[in-house]
Design a protein around this ligand. Structure first.
Ligand SMILES: Nc1ncnc2c1ncn2[C@@H]1O[C@H](COP(=O)(O)OP(=O)(O)O)[C@@H](O)[C@H]1O
Ligand SMILES: [Mg+2]
Length: 393
């Protein structure tokens, strides 16, 4: 079995050098797939002596289709950061790209345009008191335009999904706080925004409506729309629906926890024959620097006789191993191949092709060496594998 320190050939797709640096990039190989990219964002309230900094050097990347939860104590800067992302207040320092637009360069008109692609769910929902639930939602569709019938159907459909099918004609005053909040949520979603920004959206909701709302947001994120969702909340129940949790404290993002993708990679690593028995911390460390690549059915991933500088782990699909044109074996989820040949000085012994479309997790040589240097258990595992390799012939 192709084992030991590993990696792909030099003809493989180049890995974005920046991407392998961060945990977030694990799930998203390209910058254009990012819905939000903040870097070094600072923010101050007040003037002169009263000027005080409330955001400190915040960096954050959120990919399309991700559902990210932001938590943190009151006053930690969550709402301020959210309103910067929503182009509701002016950037002061740092860089911020939202839906591919540079927010610090936007004039008022650009900001208005950007906001049209964002669904805001804030605590003060400001429904029109003289309009019914349905009319409140339908009004928002006028912003985008379209056939009246379709707008009506979309509005009614969303209200139904949010459990308000029986209350389309009710005025806000005839609805409970939680129901009004759901009308506001339908209004925020009815134009199919690419990005949803929600500030404590479930605060006024009972447990069941909270689940309905989050279930709907999750569905939009997982669907064709790949809606990106950023939710400020303290609600523990909401966290189950999230890909990632970001915590703020004292104006700083202090924790950017593991993505679902990294969780998946860790699971695949734990299956791997050569890594069996390594502790969770080591596997997590490896998962966090691995990047995701896709290969189409029939593509050659590594070729025998070539040097290798990457290790591959199968996330999904089937690979076929051949040597000298002869079939060797098939590889599945959790199995690895490719080798970092600079350790042994030998060339790759096998050719590996994608037998189906595949998702691969890739560890490149510099990251491989970095983990070896910082992690004793990994280092000794690699050493013993090398030893086995050298005595095998
Ligand atoms: N309009 C404002 N003027 C001055 N200070 C503000 C204003 N809004 C918020 N702040 C301060 O900025 C800090 C962050 O607030 P905020 O972003 O609302 O935090 P969070 O949403 O996490 O509770 C707090 O110290 C708050 O008092
Ligand atoms: Mg707030």
């Amino acid at each position: 079995m192709p084992d030991g320190p590993t990696a792909d050939n030099h003809h493989g797709r180049a890995t974005d050098p920046e991407a392998s640096q961060t945990l977030l990039a694990v799930a998203r190989p390209t910058a254009k797939e990012l819905a939000i990219r903040a870097e070094g964002v600072n923010y101050w309230f007040g003037e002169g002596d009263a000027r005080s900094q409330v955001l400190f050097d915040n960096s954050l990347e959120i990919g399309r289709g991700e559902v990210v939860i932001m938590t943190g104590p009151s006053g930690s800067g969550k709402t301020t950061l959210l309103t910067l992302i929503g182009a509701l207040r002016r950037m002061q320092q740092g860089s911020l790209a939202v839906l591919g637009r540079d927010v610090s360069q936007l004039d008022e008109r650009g900001a208005v345009e950007l906001r049209k692609d964002i669904g805001f769910i804030f605590q003060s929902h400001n429904l029109f008191s003289s309009l019914s639930a349905m009319e409140n939602v339908r009004m928002a569709t006028a912003l985008k335009g379209g056939p009246v019938r379709e707008m009506n159907e979309r509005s009614a459909g969303l209200l139904e999904q949010l459990g308000l099918g029986e209350r389309l004609d009710h005025l806000p005053s005839q609805l409970s706080g939680g129901q009004r909040q759901r009308v506001a949520i339908a209004r925020a979603l009815v134009n199919g925004p690419a990005l949803v920004l929600a500030d404590e959206p479930t605060a006024a909701l009972d447990a069941e409506s909270g689940q309905i709302v989050l279930g709907l947001l999750r569905k939009l994120a997982d669907g064709m729309e790949r809606t990106t969702v950023l939710i400020v909340t303290h609600d523990q129940r909401v966290i189950d629906h999230a890909d990632r949790v970001v915590s703020m404290m004292g104006g700083r993002i202090i924790n950017n926890s593991m993505t679902r993708m990294a969780v998946r990679i860790t699971r695949a690593l734990a299956q791997s024959e050569i890594l069996k028995g390594l502790n969770e911390a080591t596997l997590t460390k490896i998962a966090n620097v691995m990047t995701v690549e896709e290969r189409k059915k029939g593509e050659t991933i590594v070729s025998e006789g070539e040097p290798g500088d990457r290790y591959y782990l199968i996330g999904s699909g089937v690979a076929e191993v051949t040597r000298g044109g002869a079939y060797q074996e098939e590889l599945y989820f959790g199995e690895g191949f490719g080798r970092i040949t600079s350790f042994s000085g030998r060339r790759l012994e096998n050719t590996v092709r994608a037998k189906t479309d595949m998702e691969l997790y890739v560890l490149v040589e510099p990251d491989f060496r970095r983990i070896m240097e910082s992690d004793q258990t990994f280092e000794s595992r690699v050493r013993s594998l090398l030893m086995a390799l050298n005595t095998s012939q």
